[in-house]
Ligand binder design. Structure first.
Ligand code: ZN
Length: 247
């Protein structure tokens, strides 16, 4: 699938130091939204694409994704996206709906942040946003098939029951794509799955790019284009070759 897919986590002006690496400021987020509008891009979602004719053009389409679903996205980001008539995809680890980022707190000592509630996810879904699975417990990949199934199948069942609709997309926790996952995701009925870096891109192992505080409007604009995706096509296999990405 040939279109830009952006990845965000937290958008806030004064993040806790432990979350700084995963946060961009409101101003930086707005610069990105301005950039995609000025470049003539239109936001779409995986579920929209899934319903389109497979031969339909994705030219000038972009998917904006948020991993983890911090509830603070409701402070600014969600109203701003709605105000601009933009869509986005929100990936929630289902065991923590209305909970916290427990995996980061326990493993890395990060500040605890509240994640979106069931009602907030329902509101987003009813507002034209897409809700996808980010696993159940946001686990690191493991070879155990049954435990993995809980992350893929169980999380999908939870979201289907909550939202009353089919769930189309999955986002790999930590961006790591274990070898056995694409087959598991396919058997669970997902159509799309997003990682970060991946040597071979398929609909179940899609590349995404992050936007950082150090990005300029020019570098953001570059990440939207074909040349950037061409560089990733060449660069991502090299990253694996030099063991810089784990699969
Ligand atoms: Zn995550």
């Amino acid at each position: 699938m040939n279109l830009p897919i952006a990845m965000f986590h937290h958008i806030a002006d004064n993040p806790h130091p432990s979350l700084k690496g995963w946060t961009i400021s409101i101003n930086q987020f707005n610069i990105f939204l301005d950039c995609i509008t000025e470049r003539g891009y239109e936001t779409t979602t995986f579920e929209t694409i899934n319903l389109m004719n497979p031969n339909a053009s994705l030219n000038k389409k972009i998917i904006i994704t948020f991993d983890d679903c911090p509830a603070s996205l409701f402070d600014y980001v969600v109203p701003e996206l709605l105000r601009r008539g933009m869509k986005a995809v929100f990936f929630i680890p289902t065991a923590q709906i209305g909970g916290i980022n427990l995996w980061d707190v326990e493993e890395q000592g990060f500040e605890a942040v509240r994640l979106m509630s069931a009602d907030q996810l329902k509101y987003l879904s009813a507002s034209g946003m897409e809700i996808g699975s980010h696993g159940d417990n946001h686990k690191r990949p493991e070879p155990n098939q049954e435990a993995s199934k809980n992350e893929t199948h169980q999380s999908k069942a939870i979201l289907t029951a909550l939202l009353g609709k089919q769930i189309t997309s999955f986002s790999y926790p930590y961006g790591q794509i274990p070898k056995h996952y694409p087959a598991l995701l396919k058997s669970a009925g997902y159509q799309f799955a997003a990682g970060i870096y991946t040597p071979f891109q398929t609909n179940l192992s899609l590349r995404r790019f992050g936007i950082h505080e150090s990005d300029t409007k020019q570098s953001m604009s570059f990440k939207l284009g074909h040349i950037y995706r061409g560089l990733r096509f060449i660069g991502d296999p090299l990253l694996q070759l030099y063991n810089l990405i784990r699969v």
